[in-house]
Design a protein around this ligand. Structure first.
Ligand SMILES: NC(=O)c1ccc[n+]([C@@H]2O[C@H](COP(=O)([O-])OP(=O)(O)OC[C@H]3O[C@@H](n4cnc5c(N)ncnc54)[C@H](OP(=O)(O)O)[C@@H]3O)[C@@H](O)[C@H]2O)c1
Length: 288
């Protein structure tokens, strides 16, 4: 049982994130789920409490496209874990993600997929760092994708304001997940027991490509999703890397099918990762 694990999961109201949360709740983890819809958060909290042996489940509402909400969320997580007497986060699962057809700017002025799929995870991890440091060996998982392999960071126009392409923006954000995890380990693994991992869940039958999309993206995903595995199957590697003791201390950054795998060569380039980290700090208003 996992009663001694305090786990935060973003995007825990549907798809892979919900399946991960349910499995971990059944195994007895103390869970904080994050969602953007009050109704879906309430529904998920009720279901997970029913599934948990002790009911230590809390859902928090945040639209991760807005940095002020990410900061507010981190403050709420901190106050809940302190009030409950845990004072730490053992596992952070940065799972929330989305696709959008059109160039959309967030309230902070950033491209939506880059903001939700990468910057929100970067900022939430930063804001939760005191609680992660308080855990004996915290793990920070970010749900990436095989689609990172044919991607690069568009340094001249990271927000793709000049020429927006849905798929390129999505792939760039999933590459950013791997670069972030690798750089996290370069910065923290030598001196601490904290580790970051990027997870490839495979092709999973969820509604990700049907929300906030239309036209060809919607049409393609409706057909493609049918070839995907179930969210429960897609959740397996996330659950494994979150809590399996065999992962302890591993510095393998990219995991698929409960095994380490090599990410793309680009994703292992140190200079790209450092550059992205610095840019992300600047875009999140983090000063060292
Ligand atoms: N499905 C695949 O084949 C696949 C493959 C590789 C990687 N992935 C990755 O897996 C992760 C989960 O995706 P999924 O397929 O399970 O999709 P999903 O079912 O749509 O789940 C995405 C989750 O993120 C939440 N979310 C989206 N935008 C948000 C925002 N602005 N603020 C807060 N929460 C937000 C959604 O909330 P709602 O419930 O309110 O919509 C949902 O809980 C994503 O990072 C995705 O890129 C998926």
């Amino acid at each position: 049982m996992l009663e001694d694990k305090v786990i935060v999961i973003s995007g825990a109201t549907s798809g892979i994130g919900y399946a991960v949360a349910l499995e971990l709740a059944q195994k007895g983890a103390v869970l904080i789920g994050v969602g953007r819809s009050e109704e879906r958060c309430e529904r998920a909290e009720r279901a997970l409490k029913d599934a948990s042996p002790h009911g230590q489940i809390k859902f928090l509402l945040a639209d991760l496209s807005a940095q002020r909400e990410v900061r507010g969320l981190a403050a709420e997580v901190a106050s809940w874990v302190r009030e409950k007497g845990f004072g730490r986060v053992d596992v952070l699962v940065n799972n929330a993600g989305m696709v959008t057809n059109w160039y959309t700017a967030t309230e902070d002025g950033y491209e939506m997929q880059f903001a939700v799929n990468h910057l929100a995870h970067f900022l939430l991890t930063h804001e939760l760092m005191p609680l992660l440091e308080a855990a004996p060996a915290a793990r920070v998982l970010t749900v990436s994708s095989n689609s990172h392999r044919r991607a690069r960071i568009h340094w001249r126009d990271v927000m793709m304001r000049r020429r927006y392409n849905t798929l390129l923006a999505y792939k760039q954000s999933k590459l950013a997940n791997v670069l972030f995890s690798a750089e996290f380990n370069r910065r923290f693994a030598p001196a601490t027991a904290m580790r970051a991992y990027a997870i490839d869940p495979g092709l999973v039958n969820t509604d990700i490509g049907l929300k906030g999309t239309g036209g060809v993206v919607h049409w393609v995903w409706q057909r493609r999703q049918k070839s995907g595995v179930s969210p429960e199957k897609g959740a397996e590697t996330v659950v494994f890397v979150s809590v399996d003791p065999s992962v302890n201390g591993s510095q393998e950054v990219y995991w698929k099918d409960c095994r380490p795998e090599s990410p793309s060569k680009y994703a292992l380039r140190e200079e790209e990762a450092t550059r992205l980290w610095r840019l992300s700090e600047r875009l999140c208003g983090i000063s060292k």
